[in-house]
Design a protein around this ligand. Structure first.
Ligand SMILES: Cc1ncc(COP(=O)(O)O)c(C=O)c1O
Length: 381
């Protein structure tokens, strides 16, 4: 075992810890919801321990340098020049998506997106009492793509907001600068706000791919963008609740803050402390994590190709979530099939928009990963 992957291969029992992933179906092996079976890096644990030691956990301001830390991180890692005052800290990306929809859409309007996609993106329009315009991504030329013609055809004047998922969950695609710019121009031409959910931006596995954040778009385009990002997926701190919305346009930001009003709880002191530590000191650990996830992803590819040819997987560039097309299995409900026959719990593709798919979380130890794949292969026979 290589030294750099060792910590990611140590099994830590999570059953009975109140983990949604492990305790929802305690009789099954969990490979679903997007959290990893990996402890957070030492820098985060140390910062949290120090905060606990203080013993008083009242309402919290962000640490004085929080927004400087965020902007420096965005500059150093993502080459984006943003200002601290553009950042609106929030308790989660999903509430942020909902509040964005509620800010800019009213009944009769529509939210646009491309699918398959993370289920809340397909449902936040309901919070705003408006409609959804959904355009499928297409597999073409060896990659998932936007169907530009279909997007133009599907657009209606009622569309006020486009929600992008970049890197894409569940397709694992990292959209290029050219694609993000073209999408932003599409939104500009049709006077739509562009909300980009970039929660997986630090989980790019391909060495050849680079995340291009909407925060890097030219001013003309980014002034109609809201970019959501967080350290939660990468550093496995989703349970702490921290996201930030980057909104460069002053008027848009004021409008958004008014919608937030009293809807959200204060961000808790641990969330700030963990996010700050992740952005300031987490990079060496992140690099090791990426190597571990890359190995796991390659194992999933090769195992599926060799032992489960009835499952189709396309190459993915980011995230620890593998998207598996089970159409050739000929079963009505692939998630239910693997629950019953393999004892594994996967995400059903149905809420993502593709009932014949399942989503497999490989953010775990190599041993557990193999155990899950073997159980699935045995079930298929
Ligand atoms: C694309 C995407 N957005 C948002 C979330 C959840 O964000 P939060 O826990 O901050 O609400 C997830 C979780 O898997 C996700 O994949």
């Amino acid at each position: 075992m290589e030294e750099h992957t060792e910590i990611f291969d140590i099994e830590i029992p999570r059953r009975g810890t109140g983990s949604i992933k492990w305790d929802l179906h305690a009789e099954l092996q969990p490979y679903w919801i997007a959290d990893m079976d990996t402890p957070s890096p030492e820098c985060i644990l140390k910062a949290l321990h120090e905060r606990v030691e203080h013993g008083i956990f009242g309402y919290s301001y962000p640490p004085a340098d929080m927004f400087d830390v965020l902007t420096r991180y965005m500059h150093d890692r993502h080459h984006a020049d943003i200002r601290p005052e553009w950042c609106v800290p929030m308790t989660g990306c999903v509430p942020a998506l909902s509040l964005v929809a509620r800010t800019w859409c009213k009944p009769g309007d529509a939210v646009m997106t491309c699918s398959p996609v993370y289920p809340p993106i397909r449902s936040v329009h309901r919070d705003a009492g408006c409609d959804l315009i959904e355009v499928p991504h297409v597999w073409d030329d060896g990659a998932w793509q936007f169907d530009w013609e279909a997007l133009e055809k599907a657009w209606q004047p009622a569309a006020r907001l486009f929600v992008l998922c970049n890197p894409q969950n569940p397709l694992g695609r990292v959209w290029t600068e050219e694609e993000v710019t073209r999408l932003a121009e599409f939104c500009e031409r049709h006077e739509m706000i562009l909300c980009s959910d970039e929660i997986h931006c630090d989980l790019v596995l391909d060495e050849q791919s680079e995340h291009f954040t909407c925060m890097r778009l030219p001013d003309r385009l980014r002034r109609r963008c809201i970019t959501l990002t967080a350290p939660s997926k990468t550093y496995n701190i989703a349970g702490l609740g921290f996201t930030f919305a980057c909104i460069p346009d002053d008027t848009m930001r004021d409008t958004f803050r008014r919608t937030i009003g009293c809807t959200l709880p204060e961000i808790n002191c641990f969330a700030y402390v963990a996010a700050r530590a992740a952005y300031m000191e987490g990079e060496p650990w992140r690099q090791r994590l990426i190597r571990h996830l890359r190995r796991n992803r390659d194992l999933v590819y090769s195992y599926v190709a060799e032992h489960m040819p009835a499952i189709t997987m396309h190459p993915m560039q980011a995230t620890y979530l593998a998207w598996m097309d089970c159409s050739a299995l000929g079963v009505e409900d692939p998630q239910g099939y693997f629950m019953e026959k393999a004892g594994v719990f996967l995400n059903s593709g149905a809420p993502f928009g593709c009932p014949q798919h399942v989503r497999f979380n490989f953010g775990t130890t190599r041993e557990r990963l193999l155990k899950g794949l073997e159980a699935m292969a045995r079930a298929i026979g």
